[in-house]
Design a protein around this ligand. Structure first.
Ligand code: SF4
Length: 147
C-alpha cells in the first residue's frame, strides 16, 4: 500500500501546523519551505485541508494558517481516507478495464487489506503524530529554506 504524494504533503502540512508556533501563525510558503516541498503543491494540499475543516486561514495582520479543533482531534485514519478518496490499490476499472473486475476475489481481498491499513491509523490523532521525537524536529524546521 502506497499513499499518494498529495496525501503525504497534506499530512506533512498538518504535522507542521500541529506544532506550537513561536513567531505567530505560518503561511503556506513557510510550511512549504519548512517541509521541503514546492509551494504550488503545498498550496493545493492546504486548500484541500481547509475544505475538510482541518485548517483555517486567518486574514490580516497576525493572520496565517492554523489547525482547527477538528484538525487537532482528527483521526489519522479518517484524514488519510478523505485524502486518498475512493482510489483502490489496483486500477481494476482502468482503460481498458480488467475483465475480472465484476467477480474478482483478489479485488475483494485487496479492498479488505486496504481497509485494514486505514484501520491501523484510526486510533492515532494528529496530536499523537507530533509527540516526541517528531515534534521537536518539526519545531526546529521553522523558517528553514529548502537546500
Ligand atoms: S485481477 Fe482482480 S484485482 Fe486485478 S485488476 Fe482484475 S479485477 Fe482488479
Amino acid at each position: 500500500m502506497r499513499l499518494t504524494k498529495f496525501t503525504d504533503l497534506a499530512l506533512r502540512a498538518v504535522m507542521r501546523l500541529a506544532v506550537p508556533e513561536q513567531t505567530g501563525p505560518s503561511t503556506t510558503r513557510e510550511v512549504a519551505e519548512a517541509m521541503a516541498v514546492p509551494y504550488a503543491h503545498m498550496a493545493k494540499a492546504i486548500t484541500r485541508l481547509q475544505h475538510l475543516g482541518v485548517l483555517e486561514a486567518r486574514r490580516g495582520r497576525g493572520g496565517g494558517l492554523e489547525l482547527t479543533g477538528l484538525g487537532r482531534r482528527a483521526s489519522v485514519g479518517w484524514l488519510v481516507r478523505e485524502l486518498e478518496g475512493e482510489e483502490e490499490v489496483v486500477a481494476c476499472e482502468g482503460d481498458p478495464p480488467c475483465p475480472l473486475r465484476g467477480a474478482c476475489r483478489l479485488r475483494r481481498a485487496l479492498r479488505d487489506a486496504q481497509e485494514a491499513f486505514y484501520a491501523t491509523l484510526d486510533p492515532l490523532t494528529v496530536a499523537d503524530l507530533v509527540a516526541s521525537p517528531t515534534g521537536p524536529v518539526l519545531a526546529g524546521l521553522v523558517g528553514r529554506r529548502p537546500e
